[in-house]
Design a protein around this ligand. Structure first.
Ligand SMILES: NC(=O)c1ccc[n+]([C@@H]2O[C@H](COP(=O)([O-])OP(=O)(O)OC[C@H]3O[C@@H](n4cnc5c(N)ncnc54)[C@H](OP(=O)(O)O)[C@@H]3O)[C@@H](O)[C@H]2O)c1
Length: 409
């Protein structure tokens, strides 16, 4: 592509779209020609002449080089992406759900139409993770990628653990501050970070792992028992994502996790995100930053648009070379599992019990068990499961620790 200003057709003028407009106004190398939105009746901060309600006004415009898709509807976004590529336009998108749910199709369409689809903003907002994995880390084996991929839940957990809010209060505050949606399900149930992890896995390991394959549990079942256990043991609580490569096997998860208060992830508070990348040459490295927000996310979008100036597209280097990778849930994890139901032999799923408690109103078991058994347990309504990171030291187990131990013996 030449150095003439890129002509952009923008879909969506919400939080990120307006951020991009503000940034673009200050630059001479990009020009947003038209903006397609949905509602005809919303007041807009720009003259009506900038807007259209007909996607074709952008998609069929021969002057438009790049379609920037920043809408909140994954189904409509996929259609926009397909039509844009068919019309020979490059696409920049922030839509993690659309991308993760249609990874194979998105890869195929890029090849078929020989156009770029770039999506830095889709994973952890302003943290430059996709291109970093794709370029900088392409030259070493990555053995793990993990961290905090969702700002809303990190904000809620920080308020609950560090600032003594109840879960309901913290959720309300997150919504008021604009960190959580009115319907917070995608965030608090872990689905949003799971989309992001699916994309990160493609670029880190070269594996297509659809979101529904990745074990997930959110934070909505976290109660005062988990908060007390964390405080008693000098731990923090995060909604952690992780993907680990052992030989040719990869396991992945999105689960609440206790981490040491003195560790790097505990220091990532409120709406901030973090990504640990562990590589064969570098060891572990950490990127921390704003995972959402108008201008931070718009910067990631701008960075993709700027990359198109020099014909950048993802090489998918790891994907091209990853013939024999296998997904597994056959790994052992350390976890806290609380059962609101006091009866039953729940601890039988565990291969090693570190401690636990049982009384008429419930049971807690801390121990090791296979990841698939943990997921089967936590799917039950009245069960809360939290991973325990390897570097946690547990000094205080639940009070009546003899209950379970006696029953196991
Ligand atoms: N917000 C963030 O911090 C953030 C961070 C990373 C990634 N993202 C991703 O960025 C994308 C946009 O998020 P956002 O927070 O900016 O959303 P938003 O504030 O809810 O705005 C959504 C925009 O999309 C428009 N829209 C919806 N359906 C449309 C359709 N079929 N055709 C044309 N326009 C349509 C809406 O039009 P109206 O104005 O007419 O309603 C609105 O302008 C999402 O995929 C999100 O996951 C957001």
């Amino acid at each position: 592509m030449s150095n003439k200003p890129l002509t952009i057709g923008l879909f969506g003028f919400g939080c990120v779209g307006q951020g991009l407009w503000k940034i673009a106004e200050q630059r001479s190398d990009i020009q947003i020609k038209k903006i397609c939105v949905k509602s005809r009746h919303k007041p807009r901060p720009l003259p009506e002449s900038y807007f259209t309600y007909n996607p074709d006004d952008i998609l069929s415009d021969p002057e438009t080089d790049v379609v920037v898709e920043l809408i909140d509807d994954a189904g409509a976004a996929l259609q926009i992406l397909k039509n844009a590529l068919q019309k020979g336009k490059h696409v920049v998108t922030a839509n993690k759900r659309m991308l993760a749910e249609n990874l194979i199709e998105v890869l195929r369409l890029q090849r078929q139409h020989n156009r770029a689809v770039l999506y830095e903003a889709a994973v952890c907002g302003s943290i430059p993770i996709i291109r970093t994995l794709e370029e900088y880390y392409a030259h070493q084996e990555i053995t793990a990628i993990d961290g905090i991929f969702n700002g809303s839940t990190n904000y809620i957990l920080t308020r609950v653990l560090d600032e003594n809010r109840t879960y309901a209060e913290a959720l309300h505050e997150a919504q008021k501050a604009g960190f959580a949606e009115a319907d917070p399900t995608l965030d608090v149930e872990g689905l949003d970070p799971r989309y992001k992890l699916s994309l990160a896995i493609l670029h880190a390991f070269g594996m297509v792992l659809l979101p529904e394959q990745i074990p997930v549990a959110g934070i909505s079942k976290i109660g005062k028992e988990e908060v007390r256990f964390a405080r008693q043991n000098g731990l923090s609580l995060k909604l952690s994502v992780g993907a680990v490569k052992e030989g040719n096997r990869i396991f992945a998860y999105v689960l609440p996790q206790f981490v040491p208060v003195a560790g790097a992830l505990a220091a990532v508070r409120h709406e901030f995100n973090a990504v640990h990348i562990t590589g064969s040459y570098t060891g572990k490295q950490l990127l921390v930053g704003k995972g959402a927000g108008s201008l931070p996310t718009a910067l990631a979008v701008l960075s993709d648009i700027a990359a198109l100036h020099h014909n950048y597209r993802y090489a998918y280097t790891k994907y091209a070379n990853a013939a024999s990778l296998e997904f597994t849930t056959d790994v052992s994890v350390k976890a806290w599992v609380r059962f609101s139901d006091g009866s039953g032999n729940h601890w039988q799923a565990f291969t090693k019990i570190i401690g636990g408690a049982a009384n008429a109103s419930g049971q807690v078991v801390v121990g090791e068990l296979p990841l698939d058994k943990l997921m089967a347990l936590q799917e039950q309504n009245r069960v809360t499961a939290v991973l325990i990171a390897d570097d946690c030291t547990i000094s205080t187990l639940p009070a009546d620790a003899t209950g379970v131990m006696q029953q196991v013996a």
